[in-house]
Design a protein around this ligand. Structure first.
Ligand SMILES: [Zn+2]
Length: 255
């Protein structure tokens, strides 16, 4: 089954009314945004998670923007890990499945060295998740800028070698590839049946992503067709600036 829904459930006071609204609009997924802070406490998470479950809305979390598992500064790596683990813990209480984050930057290191460092850190994170029995998946995301770790190949290799999950942001892949995107080819390369997805329109330049824009309906039809053809299940999160309007369009296209 492919679920669909927007990014963001609002602040702690409005989260439940938002979920009820999403349910009325036929959404079956939603991503909680911890991009600037892990703003839910354990009790809130349990309460909101219960309602989401009752409404059949699968939650996920977008982790902090301040993460770099390849920093040259050990302290920054530790802080990044703490932020990810904080999101994992609350995610567990929310009943969230994927904890999505951008794994890191290359900085001065070359790509392979960066890959190995990120991999080591991700393995340590997974150990903590297992130790704490948090029922979530660590899901590094494909990023939109060429200078940032997270190409499709890097993301898939990381998932395979660390036995974690991943998030495919098709808009980011499009931006990395200067607007060219073959959804069928990408889905074949992914070679998994169930994964977490981000989608929106995107502005890009020579270095990749500039900003997210509303969806291109014709383009999403092609993606929806490809996802159905390969019998993909998972959640599609709409990261368009017009997320409600576009989530509705995407839901209608999928149906
Ligand atoms: Zn994304």
């Amino acid at each position: 089954m492919l679920r669909i829904g927007p990014a963001g459930i609002g602040g702690v006071k409005e989260a439940e009314s938002k979920l009820l609204e999403y349910h009325k609009l036929g959404f079956t997924a939603a991503e909680v945004s911890f991009t600037y802070s892990t703003y839910l406490k354990k009790d809130d998470a349990i309460r909101i998670g219960k309602l989401a479950k009752k409404l059949n809305i699968q939650l996920s979390i977008h982790g902090s923007y301040y993460i770099n598992l390849n920093s040259e500064d050990e302290e920054k790596i530790e802080k990044s890990k703490d932020r990810i683990l904080g999101a994992c813990e609350i995610g567990h209480y929310l009943g969230a499945k994927d904890i999505v984050f951008h794994a890191g930057y290359f900085g001065k290191r070359d790509k392979e060295e960066s890959y190995q460092i990120i991999k080591e850190n991700l393995i340590e994170l997974q150990k903590e998740v297992t130790k704490n029995k948090w029922d979530i998946k660590l899901s590094p995301e494909t990023t939109g800028k060429i200078s940032v770790f997270g190409s499709l190949k890097e993301t898939l290799r990381l998932a395979k070698e660390t036995n974690t999950a991943f998030c495919i942001d098709f808009a980011h892949l499009k931006a990395r590839n200067q607007g060219e995107i073959d959804f069928n080819e990408i889905i074949k390369e992914i070679n998994h049946k169930d994964f977490h997805i981000h989608y929106s329109g995107i502005n890009y330049g020579p270095k990749g992503e500039k900003n997210h824009i509303p969806i291109d309906v014709e383009e999403f039809k092609v993606l929806a067709k490809a996802l159905k053809k390969y019998k993909i299940s998972g959640e599609i999160i709409c990261e368009s600036p017009e997320q409600i309007k576009d989530s509705i369009k995407m839901r209608e296209i999928l149906e």
